[in-house]
Design a protein around this ligand. Sequence first.
Ligand SMILES: [Zn+2]
Length: 487
Amino acid sequence: MSSDLNLKTIIGLEIHVQLTKLKTKLFCATSADYRGGKPNTHVCPVCLGLPGTLPVVNRKAIEYAIAVAKALNCEISDKIMFVRKHYFYPDLPKNYQISQYIGPGFESIAKNGYVKISVDGKSKIVRIRRINVEEDPGRIVYIGSIEKSPYSLIDYNRSGVALLEIVTEPDIESPKEARAFLEKLMAILEYLGVTDPGLEGAFRVDANISFEGFGRVEVKNIGSIKDVEKALNYEIIRQKRIILQGGKIERETRHWDADKGITISLRSKEFEEDYRYFPDPDLPPLKISKEFIEKIISSLPELPDERIRRFLKQYGLDEYRATVLVLNKWLADFFEEAAKIYGNYKKLADLLITDFLRWINEYNIDYRKLKVKPEHVVKILKLWDDGILSVKMVKEILPHVVRDGVDVEEYIKEHGYIRIVDKNYIQEVVAEVFNENPKAVQDAIENPKAINYLIGLVMKKTGGKADPQITREIVLEMLNKKRDTGS
Ligand SMILES: [Zn+2]
């Protein structure tokens, strides 16, 4: 069906990222570490929006925002301005959200940036329109699903937690690019140490998707990168089907149902929403000095693009391998630890980004709780290099090492994984096999295809531990001798 329609896909993303590394909320001293707490226990008059309270900006949040802005190549504003964004929602105690806005007389903390991504070996730039610093609303808790819940509960623990709203230009042209962009963005934020993407609700994505010349649909509040890709794929098929049938794409807001893997219409989009933005009188504009910005920029850590470049130079990896490692920060750290004691960097990288990563995912292991240490993986590689382990054995042993962090040498001893490379020993076994099977030896002299049967007998006698390559060489040698002597 998709081939019938050659339409340009236009995707823009709006990402809400919690600055989870902050100890307190954006405008008060209430603890921002609300996860796992009883509902409505992490609250104070400020974050509940009670009359007469005054917000005070969390300086650290501004530092983080400036670091992110720089890492996303943005122009950084020389003043901080906050606006009130008015709308009614049960989880918004003040009936307005303190946010930022770009418009006449208004400025966001940063704008006009970009992120470089790479998809199928091609580089591409996704522009960043703006970054806002804003407060998170509370949370509406539904019983069961959003559609079936008989009532809703409200938890204000999240209310006032510092968010960055990062908005892209509609430069993304496929769900795959959206995924690559988000992976890169989250890696940058993780390297900056401003958020922990592994925490539930730490980031949420609104995705706008349309076909050139058709109406735009917004899918709200998608909770994971994988789900963004799935939701966009779903929307592409749904919208194409409507267009093919001659229908009209309604401008609307949809909800992504991750369990069912579908989007559901929430409401038709009011055209330009009237939020009645106006400057927050409690938070007058604040100058940001050049020195302040420069101090933050000078203390930025190594970021993914720099690390990828370093990996190319220092370890001689190609861009693909370096990128996969670097975008999984913990895996890149693991790689660098292992590379201190193992010099075949390409072989190490290959094992880590294929089988190793596969088992981590298959066992659903949280990388923060890894039992396997870099030295375990290096031991496997060294035994493999020495010919003591075959590829097949490496693949059999690796999952146990990954899951349990077992000592490889002990494990292979216990499970009889030692591979026999001792030529004298193999020669003895081959001689035994020849003596016991004169008919098979005669067959092999006449028909080279029958050699495998003899090799199989040797393998059987050694419990599968003889090195197949060496065994083959010895069997051939001894057959040649027999043929020459005619005995
Ligand atoms: Zn508070």
